[in-house]
Design a protein around this ligand. Structure first.
Ligand SMILES: CC(C)(COP(=O)(O)OP(=O)(O)OC[C@H]1O[C@@H](n2cnc3c(N)ncnc32)[C@H](O)[C@@H]1OP(=O)(O)O)[C@@H](O)C(=O)NCCC(=O)NCCS
Length: 268
C-alpha cells in the first residue's frame, strides 16, 4: 500500500471506531499537512465527473475533534480557535491583501490572488484565480484556475450543515458579485453567473437555448446565467430560478475579464 492508501485506512478506522489514540491523532495531523500543501484534496475530476474523497473530509472533521481552542497570534492581533491560519504568502507565491484569511488545511495555489476574503479548511483555490473582497470560500469547496469569485460571493461549505459533496467551481468561471453557490453544486468550465445568482441543489435551471429545464445542481460549461423565476406547474405562483440566457461570447468575455495587473499573484 502507498503511504496515502495507508493514511486513508488509518483515517477511516479512526472515524469508524471513534479512535482518539495518539496514532489516530498523528494520522489526522499528517492528512491535514498534506491537504494544506495541496498534495491531497477533498475532490478531484476523473474524466467528466468529480469524485469526493470522503476520507479527507473525515480527516477535516476529526481535526476539530482532536484539537482544542488556543490563541492564534498575528503581530498584535490574535484569535481563539482550533485551526491556525495560513501565512507565508510570499513563499507560496500568492498575493494576499489584508485582512485575507485562509485557514490551515486549505490550499491556495501559486499565482492566486486573495483580496480581503475568507478561505475555510479543506478548500482549494487554483492558480490565476481571484477571490475578491468579502467573498467566502466554504470548507472543502474546490475553486479552479483563472476564476473570478467576485465581491461578497458565498461559496458554501460541507461542514455545517453537513453536506455530502463540496461545491465545485471549475476553471475559468466567473461568479458575479453577491452570488451564492451551495449544496454541492458543480459550476462547469467557463460558466458565468451574473450578479446575485443563488444556486442550491434544488434551484431550477432553465435554458433559453433549448426552451426547457435542465437537471438541477449543475451549471453547464460556458453558460451565462442570470437570476430569474419560473412558474409552478399549477400556475399559482412562481419561484426563483437560474436562467441560462445564452452561452459565453466575446461580449461576455469583455465584461468579465480581469485586469492582468490586478491578477499578478506575485510569484516568489
Ligand atoms: C452576466 C454579465 C457578465 C453580462 O454578460 P453579457 O454576455 O454581456 O450579457 P448581455 O448583456 O449580452 O445579456 C444577455 C441577456 O442576459 C440578460 N442579463 C444580463 N445580465 C443580467 C443580469 N445581471 N440580470 C438579469 N438579466 C441579465 C440581458 O438582459 C440579456 O437578455 P435578453 O437576451 O433577453 O436581452 C453581467 O450582467 C454581470 O452580471 N456582470 C458581473 C458584474 C460583477 O459582478 N462584477 C464584479 C464586481 S466585484
Amino acid at each position: 500500500m502507498t503511504d496515502i492508501a495507508t493514511l486513508e485506512q488509518d483515517i477511516l478506522t479512526a472515524w469508524k471506531e471513534g479512535d482518539d489514540s495518539p496514532a489516530a491523532r498523528d494520522a489526522v495531523a499528517r492528512a491535514l499537512e498534506l491537504l494544506d500543501q495541496g498534495s491531497i484534496r477533498v475532490a478531484q475530476k476523473q474524466g467528466a465527473e468529480w469524485t469526493v474523497n470522503e476520507w479527507v473530509k473525515m480527516a477535516v472533521l476529526l481535526y476539530f475533534r482532536f484539537n482544542d481552542n488556543g490563541t492564534i497570534a498575528a503581530g498584535d492581533l490574535s484569535w481563539y480557535d482550533k485551526v491556525p491560519v495560513k501565512g507565508n504568502w510570499r513563499t507560496a507565491g500568492v498575493r494576499a491583501v489584508p485582512p485575507a484569511v485562509a485557514r490551515f488545511g486549505s490550499f491556495v495555489e501559486q499565482g492566486a490572488v486573495l483580496m480581503p476574503c475568507y478561505v475555510n479548511i479543506g478548500a482549494r483555490v487554483g492558480s490565476g484565480t481571484m477571490i475578491d473582497t468579502w467573498a467566502t470560500v466554504g470548507s472543502c469547496a474546490q475553486i479552479g484556475r483563472n476564476c473570478h469569485i467576485s465581491g461578497g460571493v458565498g461559496i458554501g461549505g460541507v461542514l455545517e450543515p453537513v453536506q455530502a459533496s463540496p461545491v465545485i467551481v471549475e476553471d475559468n468561471v466567473f461568479v458575479g458579485a453577491r452570488s451564492e453557490i451551495a449544496e454541492g453544486v458543480v459550476v462547469e468550465e467557463g460558466a458565468v453567473l451574473a450578479m446575485g445568482c443563488f444556486v442550491g441543489a434544488s434551484t431550477r435551471i432553465f435554458d433559453c437555448r433549448t426552451g426547457s429545464q435542465r437537471d438541477p445542481g449543475r451549471i453547464p460549461p460556458r453558460a451565462v446565467c442570470v437570476p430569474g423565476a419560473l412558474p409552478s406547474p399549477d400556475g399559482t405562483h412562481s419561484t426563483y430560478a437560474i436562467v441560462i440566457k445564452k452561452y459565453r461570447d466575446e461580449k461576455t468575455d469583455a465584461r468579465t475579464a480581469l485586469n492582468s495587473i490586478l491578477r499578478d499573484g506575485g510569484a516568489p
